[in-house]
Write a new protein. Structure first.
Length: 493
């Protein structure tokens, strides 16, 4: 099939930045990354028709994309900001590639940043530039794009189950139970899984932590690696306190060639998006991700390739269970020779809010440009809820860019949701659990998701009198007695 360059989407340039010392607003960090990308493709400034900004956690005004476009001297026809979700960067690239493939768009700048480090150290929310924040107030708010459903529902909120580390640790309890491991045994296995991520981060120019760690250093609780939520110590958790920014410029190959930049273009081969059962309490299996499996299958099928034929991988890695679910979804070995990350992952490279995967995409593009081959990036939002997958190549895709269809798989996933009870009285069997530990080492919470005799599931918090006895335990498979509203449990004798 002849290649129609006018509707062939490519990533033509990238930018990444990191700031450790100086005060920088989140828009300034985004602008640094975007400037780097635009300087690599100066002839394409006039082709940028849309500026998309990934949802920002740091303090900013209502129009970050419009403000950024103004600072960059761009005049796009559309500016926008996404909803919450770590899937957003890949979703935006998939969306831009689809629009270019349809002849509806010529160039899209995708940008994201966070400024949490300076805010945490100096007590300044997002290190804002007040003049520029004020200027944003004069702009029309950016349109918001993406799925805006909340990440948890009434069942989770009723028992305080909202922190990502608690929910992902509950997923981990299911994975450990299947392997018949105690929390301590699972922690040791996870040390071996995540230690190679630290080595990758050590060699990345924009990584936050550049110290390789042994499996024991990752896994063993210590004074500077305290237990957070069983079985996760701090060094297994996404680190949000970073000041980082990233940008990618997606255009048609024809636009890149007209600017004399075709040789540096990396091709978007395919993309796909799917979700798991939306609320964790309604998932029939809290230790796997059929949504990610559906997105990977659709993306690789659309790209006319298989996972075994992909040269480079970056799996979303906010917590180890996210990595493990991706390994299962892609049918990989945990020690796959290709490695599971190109950046070092969210605990070591850094977790700039919703924007981590834009760094993964930028790094992937840089690697393909210099080494050739193909690559897959998976991105995840909320609680292993929203999934976006992209396949990239140094050469054109065999059948042109395609968006993989997940419609049939999505219907099956949605239909698998389990009914959720708001309250109950009597026995239940624990499906997933964790024990949350405070800075002083005491147990502060022990939420579970349990199944009632009638097949419904319920999110339950432990009675205060139970907490001390739950330290170091997994309750998966055990019986509990539920009562009250909001529901509380005691471990059955």
């Amino acid at each position: 099939m002849a290649l129609d360059e006018a509707v062939t989407p490519v990533v033509v340039s990238t930018g990444q930045c990191i700031e450790r010392a100086a005060s920088a607003s989140v828009i300034e960090l985004a602008a640094r990354a975007a400037h780097e990308a635009l300087e690599q493709a100066s002839g394409l400034r006039g082709r940028v028709q849309s500026v998309s900004v990934v949802n920002i956690m740091s303090e900013t005004g209502p129009a970050p994309a419009a403000s950024l476009a103004g600072q960059l001297g761009l005049t796009p026809t559309r500016t926008e900001v996404t909803t919450v979700g770590g899937n957003s960067p890949q979703w935006l690239v998939n969306r831009a590639a689809a629009a270019i493939s349809a002849g509806e768009l010529d160039g899209a700048l995708v940008v994201g940043a966070e400024a949490q480090h300076f805010a945490r150290v100096h007590g300044v929310p997002g290190a804002p530039s007040h003049e520029r924040a004020g200027a944003q107030l004069a702009l029309e708010p950016d349109p918001v794009v993406g799925d805006d459903r909340p990440g948890v529902g009434a069942a989770e909120l009723g028992v305080g189950l909202i922190l990502p580390v608690h929910v992902y640790a509950m997923f981990e309890s299911v994975i450990a139970h299947r392997a018949r491991r105690t929390p301590a045994e699972q922690r040791a296995v996870l040390g071996a899984l995540m230690a190679p991520f630290t080595e990758v981060a050590a060699g990345h120019r924009a990584a936050w932590f550049k110290e390789p760690r042994t499996p024991a250093e990752v896994a063993e609780p210590s004074v500077d690696n305290r237990l957070v939520a069983e079985p996760y110590p701090k060094r297994m958790c996404a680190f949000l306190g970073v000041d980082q920014g990233a940008a990618v410029l997606v255009t048609s190959l024809a636009a890149a060639r007209a600017a004399g930049l075709a040789d540096q273009a990396v091709f978007c081969w395919s993309g796909a998006d799917a979700t798991d059962v939306w609320f964790p309490s309604a998932r029939p299996d809290l230790g796997s991700s059929p949504g990610l499996h559906a997105a990977v299958s659709a993306a690789t099928s659309a790209a006319e390739t298989g996972v075994d034929d992909i040269g480079t991988l970056d799996l979303y890695s906010c917590f180890p269970s996210a990595v493990e679910m991706a390994v299962e979804a892609l049918a990989l070995a945990p020690d796959d020779a290709r490695g599971l990350t190109v950046t070092g992952g969210l605990p070591y490279f850094g977790g700039p809010g919703n924007n981590y995967s834009l760094h993964a995409i930028a790094t992937t593009v840089e690697r393909l440009r210099h080494r050739g081959g193909t690559a897959l990036v998976s991105a995840m939002g909320w609680y292993a809820t929203k999934h976006s997958v992209g396949v990239y190549g140094a050469t054109p895709p065999p059948g042109g860019w395609r968006r993989g269809s997940t419609e049939a798989a999505q219907r099956a996933i949605d239909d698998s949701a389990v009914a959720v009870a708001a309250e109950a009285q009597g026995p239940a069997v624990v499906m997933a659990s964790t024990v949350a530990v405070g800075p002083d080492g005491t147990v502060v919470a022990a939420p579970v998701i349990a199944r009632l005799p009638d097949g419904r599931q319920i999110a339950v918090a432990a009675e205060a009198s139970e907490l001390a006895s739950l330290s170091g335990r997994s309750l998966v498979g055990e019986r509990i007695e539920v009562s009250g509203a909001p529901p509380r449990y005691r471990v059955a004798p």
